[in-house]
Design a binder for this molecule. Structure first.
Ligand code: XIL
Length: 299
């Protein structure tokens, strides 16, 4: 196949990108988007600071713009993200009462998921809840006020709202099997599966340095998949975009049957949150970089 999306589909996978609503009017951008990608993650438009900037006041305009584009072009959507300590409005991070915060969190999940019900392939229900270099949760308003059970509560709420969406836990620095953080997330997923807490997938952000993935990446994907969840590469970018580093990342997914798709975190280097590191598959003028060819031939 001659595009990323079609090549991924040949093995039953998808190939996605993060999209910024504000760039959809750029024809170079949208031409590449609609030619190459069959899954879309909103880069910022479904985060709490956009979707519920004040309590009970929901704003779905920017997210709807992206969903509208995806629907018109036959692309599926990953929802990103419902519960995260970052890009969280101060009105939430300032809550100190557990009953209030529980109500607020569950209402946010319920209202956002209901709005997009039937239109989202997978939701990142909880994002980045674990601390770097540790097996434990990081400090956040959710952790500090609600305690360890907030992740389980979020997943149970999400399942009740849209049973057709896959429910994912998403994080970074969980790609290396021997890292404590990887082990912490693995232990949580194993516990959820053993107790029937609804979780369907784990997202590995995969924001890599110049060397690309750790050598254990395929092992990590396979070990999580063996727990009975899908695994996905959800925010891939690699400093300087070495073709070998990209090929190694894609090959790790291809070698794991339950690795169901790959999403890069932007289209052109100039669109990237790490634009200084030129980490993506297309250059600023929209031309394919060597890493593009390496990815296409590995899919
Ligand atoms: C980033 C976006 O790319 C930026 O535009 C924004 O300013 C900050 O967030 N982990 C995530 C993503 O889960 O949502 C982040 O996206 C990158 C790190």
């Amino acid at each position: 196949s001659s595009t990323l999306g079609a090549a991924a589909a040949d093995s039953g996978r998808y190939f996605g990108t993060a999209v910024a609503a504000g760039r959809l009017g750029d024809s170079t951008y949208s031409t590449i988007l609609d030619r190459e990608f069959n899954m879309i993650t909103p880069e910022n438009e479904m985060k709490w600071d956009t979707t519920e900037p004040s309590r009970g006041n929901f704003n779905f305009g920017p997210g709807d713009q992206i969903v509208g584009h995806a629907t018109a072009h036959g692309q599926r959507m990953r929802g990103h993200t419902l519960v995260w300590h970052s890009q969280l409005p101060a009105w939430v991070s300032g809550i100190r009462d557990a009953n209030t915060l529980r109500t607020v969190m569950n209402n946010h999940i319920t209202t956002v998921m209901n709005h997009y019900k039937g239109k989202i392939y997978a939701w990142d229900v909880v994002n980045e809840a674990f601390a770097d270099g540790s097996t434990q949760h990081r400090s956040s308003v959710f952790q500090d006020v609600l305690g360890n059970g907030f992740i389980e509560e979020a997943f149970r709420t999400a399942r009740a709202v849209d049973p057709s969406a896959k429910l994912c836990y998403n994080d970074y620095n969980i790609e290396n099997w021997s890292d404590a953080k990887t082990q912490g997330v693995y232990t949580m997923v194993r516990d959820f599966k053993s107790r029937g807490v609804p979780i369907d997938c784990v997202g590995f952000q995969s924001h890599f340095g110049t060397g690309g993935p750790p050598s254990s990446f395929q092992t990590t994907l396979a070990n999580f998949a063996a727990l009975g969840v899908d695994v996905q590469i959800t925010e891939l970018d690699i400093a300087q975009a070495s073709p070998t580093a990209y090929a190694n990342t894609v090959q790790a997914c291809m070698n794991v049957p339950r690795c169901t798709g790959i999403t890069v975190w932007g289209i052109r280097d100039s669109d990237s949150w790490r634009s200084g590191e030129n980490p993506l598959l297309f250059s600023g003028n929209g031309s394919k970089k060597p890493a593009y060819d390496a990815v296409l031939s590995t899919l």
